[in-house]
Design a protein around this ligand. Structure first.
Ligand code: HAM
Length: 415
């Protein structure tokens, strides 16, 4: 083989498509129920957008973006996440002038130069949604509840929902100081990445999976103990609303997320089995993002989920998924005259809104019947010399094997 799909990217084969249709259906139905409209943004954006939002010091921007200069010399980046482009579009199209909040959802390919493994790819596909322009904690509660509903509507079980609050511009600096002092005392035992993160991105020390670092997370200072009054009341009300809605959350003090733009609420849905690549849904509030990219201060909150990871979990849990429907009819034909009639009959079947495909020319009757079986087609229309001469067809029910001859006009009428 001279060419294969690039490492970390893959083809979505016909037999996998039903999982995606299943996920897309659930995502669209729920989004519409909750009043979201779809917005699609370009695959690439100006690189600066992600530096300013996701954060120049994050792993995603520092190590994982696909960035290139185009022939005109503009620096562009393949979208490494969907939130910043949605916020950019919200500003660019004046959606801040619409009644707030604005609720938007999207499906998009996402590109991150990561080390590929099961559940982690260099190109993956996200469904995500964002609520822009409303800071009330009831919005956080609804977004978390929507994510929870989505996972259960897909048929997934054995998942847990984790929430945390990481404060805002007011209170986070105080918390970060406490966190840094705690880890400085243990600096010698930290992995090289965490040694570097200590000054630049101390929150990420909490979710380092390496054993040396992981052991310190449980006793580290907790962000919820450092919240300012506003963040505290937002957090209290969120938990109260979640309880009211019957959403079974767990507070995870180590949950910080890997993107710089988050403020206050962060949350994730994980399958019960452990593993770094297992997060199914991740999201949170980002009240400073829109201002950071040039807009008026505008609160926002949302989440995203990876279609590949959802599919992996649907397969692992053996969730039954409807097959994509096959055409109703295979129009089998033997000989040149029969082929002409078959072409015409197939066209007319489709004109009535029913699916039909033509049997392969030159194959025997048996071969074409095998074709119908392989494609799970319930009915075959058989056209040979006899049928052509009588302007009729033979219809065969593949489940029972029963068949009968009918005039073409009558058959078409009864479809
Ligand atoms: P994220 O946690 O980086 O958040 O990604 C969201 C989801 O995308 C993950 O929970 C996971 O299901 C999937 N995912 C991420 N990376 C990969 C990968 N390399 N391979 C396969 N699947 C992956 C965001 O991107 C935020 N924009 C979410 C958000 C929306 N926050 C607020 N609004």
């Amino acid at each position: 083989m001279q060419f294969r799909a690039p490492r970390g990217a893959s083809d979505l084969l016909p037999q996998q498509q039903k999982y995606w249709r299943h996920i897309e259906r659930a995502c669209v139905t729920l989004s519409q129920q909750y009043g979201f409209s779809r917005l699609d943004t370009p695959v690439f954006e100006s690189s600066g957008l992600f530096d300013r939002s996701v954060g120049a010091g994050t792993d995603i921007v520092e190590k994982e973006t696909y960035t290139f200069a185009d022939r005109g010399g503009d620096l562009l980046t393949l979208r490494p996440e969907g939130t910043a482009p949605i916020c950019r579009a919200y500003l660019e199209h004046g959606m801040h002038n619409l009644p707030q909040p604005v609720r938007l959802y999207y499906f998009c390919p996402v590109f991150r130069y990561e080390r590929p493994q099961a559940g982690r790819y260099r190109e993956h596909h996200q469904f995500g949604l964002e609520v822009l322009g409303d800071a009330d904690p009831s919005v956080d509660a609804e977004v978390v509840e929507l994510a929870w509903r989505l996972v259960s509507r897909l048929g997934l079980s054995d998942v847990s929902l984790y929430v945390n609050s990481i404060g805002d511009r007011q209170c986070r600096p105080v918390y970060l100081d406490a966190l840094r002092s705690y880890y400085r005392e243990r600096q010698a035992n930290l992995c090289p990445d965490c040694q570097q993160r200590l000054d630049r991105n101390a929150l990420r020390l909490l979710d380092c999976k390496r054993e040396g670092c992981h052991q310190y997370g449980d006793d580290a200072p907790r962000s919820v103990d450092y919240l300012c009054d506003d963040c505290q009341s937002h957090w209290d009300r969120l938990l109260q609303y979640l309880a009211l809605m019957g959403i079974p959350y767990q507070v995870d003090h180590r949950l910080v997320r890997g993107l710089d733009y988050y403020t206050r609420t962060v949350f994730e849905i994980q399958p019960l089995e452990e593993g770094g690549q297992s997060t199914l849904v991740g999201g949170g509030r980002y009240d400073g993002l829109i201002e950071e990219i040039g807009g008026r201060p505008t609160p926002g909150i949302g989440f995203a989920t990876g279609l590949e990871r959802l599919t992996l979990n649907l397969q692992r849990q053996e969730v039954p998924i409807d097959e994509d429907p096959s055409p109703q009819y295979l129009v089998i034909n033997m000989g040149q005259a029969a082929r002409e009639t078959a072409l015409d009959v197939a066209v007319r079947i489709r004109q009535q809104g029913t699916g039909a495909i033509l049997g392969s020319a030159g194959r025997s009757l048996k071969g074409q019947l095998r074709q119908a079986n392989a494609l799970s087609i319930p009915y075959v229309v058989i056209i040979g010399d006899d049928e052509v001469a009588a302007n009729s067809i033979t219809i065969r029910d593949m489940a029972t094997g029963g068949q009968e001859r009918r005039p073409v006009p009558e058959f078409l009428e009864q479809l």
